[in-house]
Write a protein that binds this ligand. Structure first.
Ligand code: G3P
Ligand code: MG
Length: 245
């Protein structure tokens, strides 16, 4: 049993605050989680921005694809009111902003940057993200994950040791082989983590980082199964004695 499971706040503390905004990240930090997960896309002018969907419709007061806007245009949208009018001052953060906040807070949290390039091809997204990580000297504090195998293979070809996570859904038979071929760990759901493949993956030295767990019962099963990381929208639901501060 893994008693020191790492808890990552999924899209920040997104159960209580608008997802992928600075307030959601700051509130997660205050909960003393081990890490946060966030999603990145590219604007028209090549800025790395933190937003889950390819379009801004669901989580802002605007409409359209992220890649249709320059960052200057995008930052004007309200990224909080869709969740609650109290958060109307939140805007779509840039990845730079998140890194600056990490420096400012001197936080040791891990940041899991999910490259949202499984629907849209963003030219040079991998290079841009890696360059920024290098500028902030955050190689040992980040994980790059993606549902896009080729993108992770590219990350590995550009950087020999940065931690990566191959994202997939369900009980995949070939996930272990694929992840191993590019030196990635597994970002899986609970069904895989608790399957015989989950056990095999651990035996083969792969970490299991499991998304997205919001119920205590599920968390306890995963703790029993000795997974490394659990991602949750509600870090408040799990006792602080269960994870590292
Ligand atoms: O990175 C884990 C999880 O965030 C993947 O799914 O859709 O929430 O980005 P999604
Ligand atoms: Mg994600």
């Amino acid at each position: 049993m893994n008693t020191s499971i790492d808890l990552y706040a999924h899209r920040g503390f997104s159960g209580r605050y608008p997802e992928n905004t600075m307030i959601a990240f700051e509130e997660a930090r205050k909960m003393r989680v081990s890490g946060i997960e966030l999603d990145v896309q590219l604007t028209k002018d090549g800025e790395i921005v933190v937003i889950h969907d390819e379009r801004i419709d669901r989580t802002t007061n605007g409409m359209g694809y992220v890649q249709e806007f320059s960052y200057k245009q995008l930052r004007l949208f309200d990224a909080g009111s869709w969740y609650d009018s109290r958060f109307s001052k939140q805007s779509i953060p840039t990845l730079i902003e998140v890194f600056e906040w990490m420096m400012d807070k001197k936080t040791e949290m891990t940041v899991n940057i999910e490259l949202k390039n499984d629907q849209i091809y963003y030219p040079k997204l991998e290079e841009k993200v890696l360059r920024l990580i290098d500028e902030f000297d955050l190689e040992d504090q980040v994980i790059l994950s993606s549902f896009n195998y080729d993108s992770l293979a590219k990350v590995r070809s550009l950087h020999s040791y940065i931690s990566t996570g191959f994202l997939f859904e369900g009980v995949s038979e070939d996930a272990i082989g694929k992840a191993k071929s590019i030196g990635a760990h597994l970002h899986c759901d609970m069904s895989f983590a608790l399957s015989s493949y989950g056990k095999k993956a651990k035996q083969e030295g792969l970490d299991l980082r499991v998304y997205t767990i919001n119920e205590l019962n599920d968390f306890l099963k995963l703790q029993q199964a000795s997974v490394k990381v659990v991602m949750t929208d509600y870090p408040n639901r799990f006792s602080s004695t269960m994870f590292k501060g």
